[in-house]
Design a protein around this ligand. Structure first.
Ligand code: ARE
Ligand code: CA
Length: 550
């Protein structure tokens, strides 16, 4: 773990040094206190305590291996995510869930907790421990999706994936244990049926039931302690952070109180006192009473505007030239407050306020949007990794959007096999293994810390920009060819275009780009190309010593 120093530690070290060299004998206790206050508030302004991604050095993107088995994820960390420079993997909820058989084992059954035992279709606690250990060993972090707003849907009873009994009528979850005292009821939620109807009433959104899921009373210490106990169990096993499901449906104060109960990350893998990275699922499209800004400042939020706006651009509904001001100027939160993505497991299938985002079903536009995301400095990036389902749109709705992951006859999840061209088999899409995507994950690692520069556009749908003097990308999303000479900002040399091929053993398997002594290079990109994008960076410069992915 050499070299991994969280920002907060660095700031402390700088403070100590300045204090020791400048004014050792004149500093008073009051001055020290004031400096401390300034240092602490700076820390909060920069994104606060749980907002720092806990990646290993030089890694900056996670992928969501939606519905993968733990044993497959362990193997994927070792054979792909580690070597190709991914920071980490978001996993499906690891806790025991309701078994739904009608429809037959939909993916969404995992969002109905029965207990916090680590037994699901993805594996048991031993598989989980093995996965986290093996991933951490190759510097790949594990981020768990945690469902702590609710338990199962109301009504019904049964046995969960871990063998625990549950009863959604009497609100009994002995595997935790939770009983009816631990849930919000008529005194907290005033809607007639106990469900959320009005998203403009913050009280209703937080205290009533989301799609009838029985709502935990997070104002109670017992509930806070129990939920924090579950998260601390995951921390003890070596996870690096959490995606908090349905965060909008919990009061920010309750969440802060739960997070405040969390231990530092496991010191077998992280420096002592490292806080988990936390990103909260808050869907804020700007027209409801609850705002993402209530949740930023102490942890990050998922930015849902991002993918929708980029879909507009790459579907030719808004010229790419406007992307020059992409980021906060588009009404989105601070870069340090968000996790960004093109699609997620909900909106790729029309759940979760979805619809309209780009997905693997439209690979050409999807790749362009993802390339832009990974090249641009805004936000902490997440790459979706999906499985195929039989999409069937009837009257605007996908009637098969419930379908679970590829499975065997006994409904166990099918393994993700790897084919000779590096793509996945058995129905797994594996967008994270698409060359245009994994090579841009490496691009982002190489250019991290630089700002956007050398912007160019053709006044329409073709754009280009550099990241400092380390990387340059040209995207022709328009309907005419471009044939231009552009300032790349890069040192002279021959570079591999990492979109059309790889950088391998000092050479290029795809196209090459020659950057002259004045930083200029020539780009000819046909509008009808499958991949109308060229990207170059100093880690894939011909003749440089080795492949740079981290
Ligand atoms: C399923 C059935 C329901 C049934 C329920 C209980 O589909 O018919 O009533 O079970 O028996 C996922 C699925 C749900 C599924 C649920 C539990 O998407 O269909 O319900 O699992 O199995 C809102 C929330 C947001 C949430 C989305 C889906 O604010 O937090 O709805 N997203 C997360 C996860 C989901 C998951 C859950 C939460 C629940 O990512 O995968 O649900 O754990 C506007 C609002 C949004 C709102 C959106 C959709 O855009 O701004 O806030 O999102 O509409 O209503
Ligand atoms: Ca709630």
């Amino acid at each position: 773990m050499i070299g991994f120093v969280p920002k907060t530690h660095l700031r402390y070290v700088q403070f100590k040094t300045r204090y020791a060299t400048d004014k050792t004998d004149t500093v008073t206790v009051i001055e020290m206190f004031l400096v401390l206050v300034v240092v602490l508030s700076l820390g909060l302004a920069q994104g606060g305590t749980w907002s720092n991604p806990t990646c290993a050095p030089g890694r900056h993107t996670i992928t969501h291996l939606f519905e993968w088995k733990w044993s497959d994820i362990a193997a994927e960390c070792e054979r792909f995510l580690g070597p190709y420079g991914y920071c980490g993997v978001q996993i499906s909820p690891p806790n025991e869930n309701r078994v739904v058989t009608s429809p037959n084992r939909p993916w969404w059954e995992r969002y109905q907790p029965v207990s916090y035992k680590l037994t699901t279709r993805s594996g048991n606690e031993d598989d989980f421990r093995d996965m986290v250990q093996r991933c951490n060993k190759v510097n790949v972090r594990v981020y768990a999706d945690v469902v702590i707003n609710h338990m199962t849907g109301s009504g019904g009873s049964g046995t969960g994936t871990g063998g625990s009994h549950w009863d959604g009528n009497s609100l009994s979850y002995p595997g935790v244990p939770f009983s009816s005292w631990d849930f919000n009821s008529g005194s907290e939620c005033q809607t007639g049926d106990g469900n959320i109807h009005n998203y403009n009433d913050p009280n209703e959104v937080r205290n009533c039931r989301l799609v009838s899921l029985v709502d935990l009373k997070l104002s109670k210490d017992y509930v806070r302690d129990t939920v924090a106990g579950y998260l601390n169990h995951l921390i003890s096993l070596g996870v690096a952070g959490f995606r908090v499901d349905a965060a909008k449906h919990m009061w920010p104060g309750d969440l802060r109180s739960v997070f405040g109960r969390l231990n530092g990350l496991n010191t077998a893998y992280f420096p002592s006192g490292t806080k988990p990275f936390i990103y909260q699922e808050v869907i804020d499209m700007g027209h409801e009473a609850i705002h993402a800004s209530e949740y930023t400042g102490f942890a990050r939020v998922t930015n849902f505007i991002y993918g929708i706006k980029l879909a507009d651009v790459f579907r030719h509904r808004n010229q790419a030239k406007w992307l020059r001001t992409w980021g906060q100027q588009w009404g989105m939160p601070n870069s340090n407050d968000v996790v960004v993505f093109i699609d997620n497991h909900d909106n790729q299938r029309g759940h979760g306020g979805g619809g309209g985002v780009l997905t693997f079903f439209e690979p050409r536009a999807y790749k362009m949007a993802t390339e832009f995301m990974l090249a641009h400095p805004y936000g902490f990036t997440r790459v979706m990794s999906s499985y195929k389902w039989n999409r069937n749109i009837q009257g605007g709705d996908d009637i098969n959007n419930w379908q679970g992951p590829p499975h065997n006859g006994d409904m166990s999840i099918k393994g993700a096999t790897i084919q000779s061209d590096m793509s996945c088999g058995n129905g797994w899409v594996c967008e994270h293994r698409w060359r245009q995507i994994y090579n841009m994950v490496a691009f982002r690692n190489v250019v991290m810390g630089t700002t956007m520069a050398n912007w160019w556009d053709n006044g329409d749908y073709a754009i280009a920009f550099s990241r400092g003097n380390k990387g340059f990308i040209v995207i022709n999303a328009g309907t005419t060819d471009i044939n231009v000479n552009l300032q790349t900002g890069l040192p002279q040399g021959t570079y591999c275009d990492v979109i059309s091929g790889d950088y391998n053993n000092g050479g290029c398997t795809g196209n090459q780009v020659h950057v002259g002594g004045d930083g200029h290079a020539h780009f000819h990109i046909s509008h009808s190309s499958d991949d109308p994008v060229v990207a170059i960076h100093i880690g894939a410069k011909k003749g440089s010593e080795k492949k740079v992915t981290t």
